[in-house]
Design a protein around this ligand. Sequence first.
Ligand SMILES: NC(=O)c1ccc[n+]([C@@H]2O[C@H](COP(=O)([O-])OP(=O)(O)OC[C@H]3O[C@@H](n4cnc5c(N)ncnc54)[C@H](OP(=O)(O)O)[C@@H]3O)[C@@H](O)[C@H]2O)c1
Ligand SMILES: N[C@@H](CCC(=O)O)C(=O)O
Length: 429
Amino acid sequence: MVLKSPLPIEPETPGHICPLDQACSYLQDAGKELNLDPGVLAILSHPRKVVTVSIPVKLDNGQIQVLTGHRVQHSDILGPYKGGIRYHPAVTLGEVSALAMLMTWKCALLGIPYGGAKGGIAINPQSYSVGELERITRRYISELIKDIGPSVDIPAPDMGTSAREMAWMMDTYSVNVGHAVPGIVTGKPLSIGGSLGREKATGRGVMIIVREALAERGKPLTGARVVIQGFGNVGHAAAELLHQLGAKIIAVSTGAGGIFATNGLDIPALTAYRAKNHRSVVGFPQAVAISNVDLLTLPCDVLIPAALENQITRENVNQVQAEIVAEAANGPVTLAANQSLEARGVTVLPDILTNAGGVVVSYLEWVQGLSYVFWDEERVNHEMEKLMLQAYHQVIQQSKSRQISLRLAAYTLGVGRVAQALADRGLYP
Ligand SMILES: NC(=O)c1ccc[n+]([C@@H]2O[C@H](COP(=O)([O-])OP(=O)(O)OC[C@H]3O[C@@H](n4cnc5c(N)ncnc54)[C@H](OP(=O)(O)O)[C@@H]3O)[C@@H](O)[C@H]2O)c1
Ligand SMILES: N[C@@H](CCC(=O)O)C(=O)O
């Protein structure tokens, strides 16, 4: 049996990589390694609930536009559905479904009591005014009001969303139910119960996993040559923290293009430049321009794709020269490219481990909110690092004992825990 996307969601076109097919393929590999019942795999390949809503919005010029939003709830076997909300033109139901499944394995791998979900709207947020974005966000959450809740489904930021959108979501939900419900979202501003450390948490987690992987190879972080695709919430924080530890960030990019400096970029200066340059890094002095395509194939110790999925593919994988590929984005390496990198002995640090720092601190934010006790940043970072290191060592151990790749090791741990919980709850015979 070949596990395929259970949803009739995307036309198969030549060269099109169906994200849900890919996610199902990794699930199938994990199921085979764990000798899981095909019925269990069938349950785990289906999202529990798929919600698609229309979002009518009045634009600033008076016109009405109707957008489409999705929320896919993959699994709540281990706890409330959990996952981000993405605003990006490439959002599709298939993408959101695949990302929801990844969230289930990520939370299980990290040992946090959540299931997996993801949401999204296919818009370019930069094409809308702040007022329009607020109206879109509020209407989207109003449409989802019966499907989410602080112990049901807890959204968070993802590409194109941030603490600002989380605050609008929290307010919309609270107004609808008649009282303040800070626990409805994570990644929210500190003023309404956000956590110190959440903003940089995903990048910090990436830094921790890269640091450990370099140490495992006997390589110092100081002087390591690092390339980062994407300079947003995740890519920027990873760059800043790795730079502080002495790594040389030799190239970074945003959607508008990249920059390269053979001796390493001055990240604080670049941060200030980007803030004045509409989020773009292009034109930064003491660096040369490089395309996003060429950036991925630069010789380096660590390549960190921190933007979209399907960036390292069958087409460009043979040109990738990094020794370590750290998946800060969700799904940046395709199935075929992953097989090729593994065959060449390139260490691929899988997304469900590498970028888990964000959801871990989301969990810590939720715990602080539920207990009405808020921690200092040092404690948040310490608790996050403990969980990240625990998962990292479990993945390494699983990989060594079963002689499997780090990705399969991470998947067997995540999928295995959900399958075990499914059995313990008696949800399958
Ligand atoms: N935020 C989280 O807590 C979190 C946690 C775990 C995983 N992730 C994953 O990390 C990835 C990035 O998320 P984010 O939160 O950092 O998003 P973000 O803040 O919106 O930043 C995305 C960055 O990627 C750039 N980008 C977009 N398209 C690109 C392209 N084709 N080539 C190069 N760069 C491109 C963007 O540039 P422009 O500004 O020009 O568009 C921006 O710099 C996503 O896969 C997300 O699912 C996020
Ligand atoms: N969107 C992030 C964070 C999810 C969360 O904090 O719930 C992810 O992919 O892991």
